[in-house]
Design a binder for this molecule. Structure first.
Ligand code: ARG
Length: 271
């Protein structure tokens, strides 16, 4: 079975109308045509790597709906639907939920007062889920999710406001590797990562690479797709057997998102 990835095209992606993370500056114009082209380029690369891309119709007035990583956390036949922290994104929840139900997922709803932003804050390395908290997701979500899905969760506190979702600074890769920005975590968070990934499996990005959202990468077997990055990181990845594919995703970075945010793996645990 091929890997299935969920994406939503940026048809209504025009302006930054609200600020809910430090990357967003109200009034910034997004070049819609360029966004559509770059999004299509990302989609073609994913497709060329053997994955199937499934799409949902976007909604006018909900520009951030393109960031499907935040739709839900998927595990086998279950989808834990997000409960967004900010009111600007809460109307997206029902569209994501309806689409995932249509795809045959059993949806899980968290209690109303528990915020959780899906795969943006929850990434698997094998069967272990790493889950970020504070800026967008509440740590209380972790216990609910662990019970609903029957999985082990390792909680990681996000301490740097620029890296407000775990997927902006932490990226598990194939063969037990992890690429991350150490300064997005405090000393304790770093100790937790070090305790779970042996040194030879850890790829630490520098400040420049973190700022280019290099950790916000789509990992498909030994290929890694990301926004334009440095030669240094490409070399480090190549030395560990990874091919890097770059797409200029600067239009989406105006909203604080990049490659990984624009995708959601639907069957990571069944392929
Ligand atoms: N503007 C969006 C927000 O602040 C960007 C989301 C990026 N998604 C992600 N998974 N990091 O919610």
């Amino acid at each position: 079975m091929s890997l299935k990835i969920f994406m939503c095209p940026p048809d209504y992606y025009y302006n930054i109308d609200y600020e809910i993370n430090p990357w967003m500056k109200k009034g910034t114009a997004c070049a819609n045509q360029a966004a559509v082209e770059r999004w299509n380029e990302l989609k073609s690369i994913i497709h060329s790597l053997g994955a199937e891309v499934l799409t949902m119709k976007p909604q006018p007035g909900l520009p951030d709906i393109v960031f499907t990583a935040n739709a839900a956390l998927i595990y086998r036949d279950k989808a834990v639907i997000s409960r967004f922290r900010h009111k600007e994104r809460q109307p997206e929840e029902k569209f994501y939920e309806a689409w995932l139900l249509e795809q045959g997922f059993k949806t899980v709803r968290l209690p109303e007062n528990v915020n959780f932003e899906g795969a943006g804050d929850a990434l698997f390395s094998g069967e272990t889920l790493y889950s970020g908290y504070i800026p967008r997701s509440d740590i209380s979500s972790h216990a609910y999710i662990s019970e609903a899905l029957g999985i082990r969760i390792i909680s990681l506190e996000l301490v740097n406001p620029r890296f407000y979702h775990l997927d902006t600074c932490f990226c598990p890769l194939t063969d037990g590797y992890v690429m991350y920005y150490d300064k997005a975590f405090d000393e304790y968070g770093n100790r937790v990562i070090e305790a779970n990934f042996p040194e030879e499996k850890r790829i630490v990005v520098n400040e420049e690479e973190a700022g280019l959202f290099s950790c916000n990468a789509v990992s498909i077997s030994k290929s890694v797709i990301m926004n334009k990055t440095t030669d240094r990181l490409k070399k480090v990845l190549a030395d560990k057997g990874f091919n890097t594919y770059e797409v200029d995703l600067s239009e989406f970075m105006k909203a604080g998102g990049s490659a990984k945010c624009l995708t959601l793996k639907l069957n990571e645990h069944s392929v």
